[in-house]
Design a protein around this ligand. Structure first.
Ligand code: PLP
Length: 392
């Protein structure tokens, strides 16, 4: 949280001229992240799909599309946005437990690469709609591998008690059902165990589970051209400058070492947070500094409507004062202006002495920040500023 460090990260004087709050995206960080991913998968039959729900900002997704990455989508709106941003439909996968008819039809009409199917009723509806449209739907079955990713309960998706995927016990029956359906082309199996996963252990367990399922399927004479390992790689929220780029080497090495691939098989990954998390910061101003019962509050012009993660998951984000010249440090609760007690960004946060008007950056906000913003309290949606558009 040292103040001299911030001045290297942010073009503070340019940002100071802009009215707050806004998302500031460092496009160099985004491009470096995409380059590292490309290096790590080179020579392996790995294909990356970016999970648009992490950040659907048009500029961000257009850059990612140009980087030769596919798109992982969870709604009809995202299918449309991905098409507009230049992703190729064959490189789109579509997940979600509740795909409606119009969304399925849109996916079929665009001839997207893969529907990740989460239940038997969904399988039957996709088959019927594909039949009406005289199309064949490429699908993968999403399996719930019952692996605890040891992350926050709201972002764990691969354990038995949550709503996602098909139970392993039912897999064989459903695979046979899928194979028998005339408008379904079963391409592979899909897994996604959760988000903000920082230990590689759950991924090793995932590989072992997939190998077991795979062996069993093969013994039944069923072959899959594709396996989808989902996403979920975490980022370092406590040290965004020290770990600007997630450890993709460690992550992909797990799959290179532990996943048993058959000849010709392709592995898909659906990364969201790890691609865009560190390139974005929420930049805002201090409206007031007030004191109550010996507690000092910094009240910002950004709130939970701009960045809901702290209120929703008790998530930690580093907070920096970009303009204070003070060397003295004080302790503050950092809060937003929204009329909810949960509108808190940080408790007991140490900052250089902070005053009305100081510019504040909330770091690591590129993923699930802007995309989860709302207009609650009739506030405006935050807008976005890109590092390469600024005149520095
Ligand atoms: C959200 C989601 C992802 C991306 O998760 P990250 O943690 O952002 O990498 C990937 N696949 C599916 C099915 C998802 O729902």
């Amino acid at each position: 949280m040292s103040n001299d460090k911030t001045n290297h990260q942010f073009p503070t004087s340019s940002l100071q001229a802009i009215s707050t709050p806004f998302y500031y995206y460092d496009m160099d960080v985004l491009h470096e992240t995409l380059d590292v991913i490309k290096q790590q998968i080179e020579g392996f039959p790995f294909k990356i799909h970016y999970a648009l729900k992490a950040n659907g900002n048009y500029r961000i997704i257009s850059e990612i599309a140009q980087g030769g990455i596919g798109a992982d989508l969870v709604s009809g709106g995202e299918i449309q946005a991905a098409c507009n941003a230049g992703f190729k439909p064959q490189e789109m996968t579509y997940s979600g437990v509740g795909k409606t008819d119009w969304e399925i039809r849109l996916g079929l009409d665009k001839e997207i690469g893969c529907f990740n199917v989460e239940s038997v009723p969904e399988l039957e509806v996709i088959n019927a709609l594909a039949g009406e449209m005289e199309k064949t739907a490429h699908i993968a079955l999403r399996i719930n591998p019952n692996i605890d990713a040891h992350t926050h309960k709201y972002i764990t998706t691969g354990t038995a008690e949550n709503k996602f995927g098909i139970a392993i016990e039912d897999l064989e029956t459903i695979v046979n059902q899928a194979i028998a359906l005339p408008h379904i082309d079963l391409r592979g199996l899909h897994f996604h165990i959760g988000s903000q996963i920082t230990s590689m252990q759950p991924y090793v367990m995932l590989c072992e589970t997939v190998n077991r399922i795979h062996d069993r399927m093969e013994s039944l004479g069923i072959h899959f051209p594709m396996l989808n390992m989902g996403g979920g790689l975490g980022i370092d929220y406590s040290d965004p400058d020290g770990h600007q780029i997630p450890d993709f080497k460690q992550y992909f090495d797990v799959f290179k070492r532990h996943l048993k691939l058959r000849p010709g098989q392709v592995v898909h990954f659906e990364l969201g947070r790890s691609i865009v998390g560190q390139c974005g910061s929420l930049v805002c101003r201090t409206i007031f500094v007030k004191e109550n019962h010996n507690k000092k509050f910094v009240i910002l012009d950004a709130g939970m409507t701009d960045l809901i993660r702290p209120a929703l998951y008790q998530a930690h984000h580093e907070i920096q004062n970009l303009t204070s010249r003070d060397t003295a440090i004080d302790t503050y609760d950092i809060v937003g202006p929204v009329c909810e007690s949960s509108d808190v960004f940080a408790l007991n946060c140490c900052l250089p002495v902070t005053r009305r008007g100081d510019l504040i950056a909330i770091r690591s906000a590129g993923a699930y920040g802007e995309s989860m913003s709302s207009t609650y309290n009739m506030r405006s949606l935050p807008y976005s500023i890109f590092s390469d558009h600024l005149q520095v």
